[in-house]
Every structure is written in C-alpha cells, then in structure tokens.
Design a protein around this ligand. Structure first.
Ligand code: IVH
Length: 679
C-alpha cells in the first residue's frame, strides 16, 4: 500500500513538474489551470497524509509557507562579477577591436538581452537545486533558496540528462510587468505606496520573510551563464541550449553574431523592440562564444574581458505642456497628469505623462505652456524630467496646485509623511465610492464577478448603490430598468450577490476596505479577534499586540470604526447575512493558547505537514520564526532536524519539544485536521 502511495506521489510530482515546464519555460501549456490546480491539490493532500514521502524537491514546495527570519550570508564559490558598460556604438567598436587584437583569429559573439532584475546564482547537485544566492557585494550574498523554490520557471529538479554532477548557473530574477501592475493596483486599493519599478519589486520580494507571499508574486527568471568543468559543449551558446532541455528558462532572443554589424543590428532591433516585451531590459549583453577564447581573454579585477553590456540610452524628447489635470484614485489620492502636445517617443505617441505629486511640480517649476523634456526609461508611463526655461513666456504664471477635489470639491488634505494630497470625502466622492465597491466585489474579497466596474458605475449614477451594503438591497426590477442588461444577466448578478453572503469573515474584512488592511492582515485580525465586534472594540494597544500590525495600521482600524457611516454599513451588511465571525470550523481550529510564544519548526513531522504545523501555531495565536534566537520560546523538532539547530537551541537554553508535545499544548480539540491526528 505505502509503496504504491510513494509511487503515486512520485508520478504526480513528475507530471506536475512537466506541466510547470510546459507552462513557465516553454510557454505552451497542455492542460488548463484548473486541471493543474487539482493535481497540485491532490499531491499536497497525499503528502500531508504521508509525510514520510514528502521530498524536499517536491513541486508542492513552490506553494511556499516557510518563514526566513534572517537570510544567511554565504560566500560565492566564484565571485559574482559584473560587466563593463558602454552606451555608444563607438565603444562597442573599440571592444571589438580589442578582441580582434587579443585573439588574432576568427571568433563568434552571442548577443543576449540584458534583463533588468536581480542577479542570482543557483547551485545544483545531482540534478537538485540546493542553493540560491543573491549577488550581494559580489563576494558574499544572501541565501534565498526557500524563496527561489517558489519561482515556477526555476527547476527544483532537473529534467533530461547530460548535466554536470554539480554546477552553478546564474541568471536574473525579475518581475513581469503585468504582475508588477497588478500588485500596484492592489496596493492602491489598500492605500499603500506603490512599488517604484519591477526591479525594486523583484529585489524586495526575494527578501520577504514569508515564502508563501513570494509564491503569490509570480517572479520569473532567465538564466544566462553556466560554469562547470563537466559541461557537454565547449561554448556558451550550445550549453545554454542544453540547459533549456534540463528545464531552465533560456531566452529565445539569444542570437549568434559573427561581426560588429550584426551586433548593431541586434541592439537597434531591441532598442525599440524592448517596449513590446513582457519584462524590462536595460540593454543587451555581448559575449564571446568559445570558452577557449574566453579563457584567453580572461578577466579584469571587476569584469570579464570577453563580454560587455551595451546600455540603452533613455530616450528623451521635448514637447509643449498643454494643461495639467488631476485624477482622483480609489483611495482619494490625487495624481497630477501632464497633457502634452502629442510627440513620438520610443515608437509610441505620447500625449500624457505622470507628474507624480505637488512636490515634483514645485521642484521642476513646471508651468502650462512650457516646453518640457519627456523621458521613457524602463517604466511604461513616460515622465517629465525638466523644463526648457529659455522657451518660457515672460508672463507665464506659476502652477498653483489645486486645493479642492476636482470630483467633489472637498478641500484636499495632506499628512506629513505622505507625498500626495488626498480627498477626505471617502463616502461622497464618486471615484472613491465606486472604487470601494469595486474592491469589495473583487475576486479576493467578496468575489462577485457578475458585478463589474461598468455596472457599478451605472447603478451608482442611477442612485441605486452608494456603498457596498446597498449592493445587497438591489431589486431586480430596478436593475432591469437601469443597467443595459438582459434579464438573464440580472439574474446572474443577483445570484452572484447572494452567493457572496457565504464568503468567510476574513475576506469580508478585507473587502470592506479599511486603509492599510491587505489580505494577510485581514486574515490575521480575523483569527485573532474572531468576530467584527471584538475587533471594533479593540484598543490601539490590543491591535498592536496582534503582531506585525504597526501604529499606522492600528490607527486606521480605530478611525474606521469611529466613523458612524462605516458602523452603519457594517450593521446593514450583517442584517443581510454576511459573515462577520469566523466559521465554526475555523473557530475550532483557533485559540490564543500560544499567545506571546515564538516557535521555530525544524525537521520532518509525521502527524502534520510542516505548513500545517506553522498554520496551527498562527491560528492558536503564536508566532513562527525561521531561526533560533534568545526570543525563541520553543523549537518543535521533527525527524532530521539539523544538528546546528540542535546545538544552538541547547546553547541558548530553548526547550526542544516534539510534535506530540505541541499537540498537547494546543489540546487535541483545537488542532487542524483532527482526523489526521487521531489516526
Ligand atoms: S552575464 C560573468 N548576461 O547585468 C558574466 N548578465 O551589469 C556575468 N545581466 O551582473 C553576467 N542580463 O546581473 C549577463 N544576459 C545577461 C544579463 C546579465 C542581465 C545582469 C547581471 C550582471 C549585470 C552586469
């Protein structure tokens, strides 16, 4: 029996990894997302029921869940060098001349894109990913293996054959633009500052403590450098092609070039072509293909002599600023937008550019009628970087920032620590009111997909809905009159609304849109307070006690409940049957028995999967930590707990307990998956 379970787990793991490869590396999925999710769910369940067969290279690892409190610093086996940069074709010609002179024979280049992300070194032993290290200072970097395992295009276990027994492959982890835009949209919804650009977002994500959050952020990775004595070919190009068969994501835009003219062609193609890619590049990289010739050319102290990076110049044009308009976001944040005389920039006609906030307008002293310089760097939205003051009319008036909301005429406010002005009229300012409802019905909140932004706008304009509680009092005949919808669609809409009444408390809490409360915080609060009334009555100190909730968030919760309008909306939602307390099932599994206690979980367990053990700790009010320190209260040790951890716990006098001790601590009536434990 158990042998066959082992076999099923192995087969399922292999199939899932094949699908991962088809989807993320080859970009040709052969099954639907739904079918894929079902397979992964089945694997996770089998591994939970049979933790003895849970392998560290299982595709279930990609879901994340492990917490890293501090990233270990490790020394690179080979220093992680950077590349010499050039910005001009003349510099490239000089580079080619130097190569010609040094080699004095035929040679071939490989041209690649220069991905704008975070450099990573991946070490594989016997086909298994064992370590992932960031560049750091080039000599030493951070061990981010746990987080890297959640990146679906990075193989945890290699495919095919012919790879060296041990080798390191380097590449660039990046965040696709689409993912970046989605994250910023969500951040805007909960009134968080947007992330600056995809590169910073990728770097920040890699250093997050909770790998489950990293897994959700959909990072990606191209590999571009492999080193080992046992590679199948004696040149870069063929080895990277081979690496593709081992499961790595190698760019299809890598191209051989036999002379400088072909290099120019490649860089000109990508100087404009880059804007159509789904990720950012900031140049191209040119490398000598033959390893023998690379050896002859060697290295300077900082970079190889056989490669060079050509960085694209940021494109800049000048045009006239015709007017400034002000947009009001869903959270009330005001964004000034420059309306420009249309101008061609990097292959597209630009009519608008972001002016970000009032400080930028002040700093640039930009005025309507000015000739302004517009740039398009890595970002999608072009920006104004300066003013040609020599072209300015003598009588041009200074820009005076608006003081009233352009949508509802309320006086704007700005708190000291924020760059933007806000319209405080949350309940009456149309884009804010509509935005709040859009957030409320969104997939991760109440998930009413039959109620889109357009319908919300129509119903709002007709005066049928003014807040999210009104959604539950919509009458079919009124909707039919207003929205341009057929009866079937209206029925569908009302069904969707009805179904949302079953959505669990934590998602309702996220949906009501308290500033600074994202999905994770909503979940934490729901488990901690268990119902809305307890949360509503909590003091600032009690809120901060929850852990990971700072003063800004705590104050925002207090402000929310003080507002009578919000209290009325909650009452109305309650009266309509929405969930404002944890479900019985969640309640059984939660307590505050572990309040103020910090745990480190280490090793493999027989009654819990490691993720469930951590979840049980959180649901019972405790905290998880990745490393043992003076603040650790208990180490829960499973099979194969590392000897180093054991030593450290003993040295610091931290009690080491078994999973059975832990079960006793929380009481058998409160553990997750009770039947598993009792079996
Ligand atoms: S090769 C020893 N190839 O750019 C050669 N680097 O400014 C190592 N990068 O450190 C680098 N795309 O982080 C190489 N196709 C590519 C690249 C690339 C992006 C990054 C990498 C490197 C930096 C140099």
């Amino acid at each position: 029996m158990s042998e066959s379970v082992k076999h099923i787990i192995e087969e399922l793991s292999k199939q899932i990894e094949d699908h991962n490869y088809n989807y993320y590396v080859v970009a040709k999925p052969v099954i639907s997302d739904y079918e894929f999710d079902k397979m992964l769910e089945e694997l996770i369940k089998l591994e939970k029921d049979h933790p003895e067969f849970l392998s560290p290279d299982s595709p279930s690892q990609r879901v994340g869940g492990q917490i890293t409190k501090e990233f270990k610093t490790v020394k690179h086996k080979y220093p992680m060098l950077s590349l010499g940069n050039t910005y001009s074709e003349e510099d490239l010609t000089d580079f080619d001349d130097r190569i010609k002179k040094a080699l004095n024979t035929d040679y071939e280049y490989v041209c690649e894109l220069k991905y704008d992300g975070v450099a990573i070194g991946l070490t594989y032993k016997d086909g298994i990913l064992v370590q992932a290290v960031t560049r750091g200072d080039g000599e030493k970097g951070d061990d981010v293996t746990t987080n890297v395992k959640t990146i679906k295009s990075i193989p945890i276990k290699l495919r095919g054959h012919g790879y060296p027994k041990e080798f390191e492959i380097r590449g660039e982890i990046f965040m696709p633009r689409k993912v970046f835009d989605e994250i910023n949209k969500e951040r805007e919804e909960i009134a968080e500052q947007p992330l600056a650009n995809p590169r910073n977002a990728a770097a920040g994500t890699l250093k997050m403590q909770d790998s489950a959050v990293v897994a959700k952020r959909n990072l990606d990775c191209f590999l571009y450098f492999i080193s080992s004595d046992e590679l199948p070919y004696q040149n870069h190009f063929d080895n990277l092609k081979a690496a593709k068969h081992w499961g790595f994501k190698i760019s299809e835009h890598m191209k051989k070039a036999s002379d400088i003219q072909e290099i120019f062609k490649y860089l000109n193609q990508w100087d404009t072509g880059r804007h159509n890619l789904e990720f950012d590049i900031d140049g191209v990289v040119i490398k000598i293909n033959s390893y023998e010739q690379q050896r002859i050319l060697g290295f300077t102290a900082k970079s190889p002599r056989w490669a060079i990076a050509y960085k694209f110049k940021t494109q800049r044009v000048s045009t006239i600023l015709e007017s400034i308009s002000y947009q009001v976001g869903r959270t009330g944040a005001i964004t000034p937008v420059a309306n420009l005389k249309p101008v061609l920039l990097a292959g597209t006609t630009v009519k608008r550019a972001s002016l970000h906030n009032s400080d930028i307008i002040e700093k640039l002293d930009v005025r309507v009628g000015d000739t302004v310089f517009v740039e398009k760097g890595g970002e999608i939205i072009p920006k104004i970087v300066g003013v040609d003051e020599s072209q300015r009319h003598a009588d041009s008036p200074k820009t005076i920032y608006i003081t009233q909301c352009p949508e509802c005429d309320t006086a704007l406010v700005r708190s000291e620590d924020e760059a933007k002005y806000y319209c405080p009229n949350e309940m009456g300012c149309p884009p804010q009111v509509k935005g709040k409802m859009e957030h409320f019905v969104s997939r991760r909140a109440l998930d009413i997909d039959s109620l889109g932004a357009e319908t919300i706008a129509q119903l709002y304009d007709a005066g049928l809905i003014k807040n999210c509680a009104d959604i539950y009092e919509l009458k079919k005949e009124n909707v039919l009159k207003i929205a341009r919808m057929a009866e079937k669609s209206v029925n569908n809409l009302l069904e969707g609304i009805k179904a949302s009444k079953k959505v669990p408390f934590e998602r309702v809490l996220y949906g009501i849109g308290i500033r600074h409360i994202g999905e994770t915080t909503a979940k934490k609060l729901a488990y901690y307070f268990k119902n809305i009334d307890a949360l509503k009555n909590a003091s600032l100190e009690q809120l901060i006690e929850v852990g990971d909730i700072g003063e800004t968030t705590a104050k925002s919760i207090l402000d929310y409940f003080v507002d009578e309008n919000n209290a009325a909306i909650i009452e109305k939602l309650k009266a309509n049957g929405l969930q404002f307390e944890l479900s019985d099932e969640a309640l059984i599994n939660s307590s505050d028995k572990l309040k103020d206690l910090t745990f480190v979980v280490s090793g493999v367990f027989s009654k819990f999967s490691r993720d469930d053990l951590k979840k049980a700790i959180e649901q019972n009010g405790g905290k998880n930590s990745g490393s043992i320190s003076g603040k650790t209260n208990y180490v829960i040790a499973g099979e194969n707990m590392g000897p180093e951890k054991h030593k450290k716990a003993e040295k610091l006098g931290v009690p080491i307990i078994s999973e059975d001790d832990f079960i006793k601590m929380i009481g058998t009536d409160t553990v997750l998956n009770t039947e598993d434990i009792l079996n």
